[in-house]
Design a binder for this molecule. Structure first.
Ligand code: ZN
Length: 137
């Protein structure tokens, strides 16, 4: 969340985090699949202070340098309560840098990660106007 500093952590990815990131990278853009090998060396170095399940990674103990992030895979899903949420994997400085979950409607704190079976490509879970974007990347 804006303004709050990440809380330092130092642990391997959980099996769920690892499986989710791998699955997302496999379904993502052609460029995202080349980050899959980095997952073996990824480590959780911080978590989001808001209480959600978002985490930041290091790769081979190297923390990606601060700077612009680039989204590698972007999905959305509905929670069991029906809230529309998003999840994305991002890189920074050429390194796998984190996994982020966020609440599209702002009504949920996402303390758990979605199952891959819940995920839909961004823009396909709609209850408003249909998307007209044809952007590639
Ligand atoms: Zn958060």
């Amino acid at each position: 969340m804006a303004g709050a500093a990440p809380i330092p952590e130092d642990r391997p990815l959980t099996a769920q985090e690892s499986a989710l990131v791998r699955w997302m990278l496999e379904q993502g853009t052609p460029a995202s699949t080349r980050f899959i090998p980095q997952l073996e060396a990824a480590y959780v170095v911080a978590r989001c202070p808001c209480g959600c399940a978002s985490v930041d990674f290091s790769v081979g103990r190297v923390v990606p340098a601060p700077g612009p992030l680039s989204i590698l895979a972007d999905f959305e899903y509905r929670t069991a309560e029906g809230h529309l949420c998003g999840v994305f994997v991002f890189e920074r400085d050429g390194l796998l840098a984190g996994l982020e979950v966020w609440s599209v409607d702002g009504l949920s704190t996402l303390s758990t990660l979605p199952a891959t079976s819940q995920l839909q490509p961004l823009g396909s879970v709609q209850d408003a106007a249909p998307a007209t974007s044809t952007a590639d990347d």
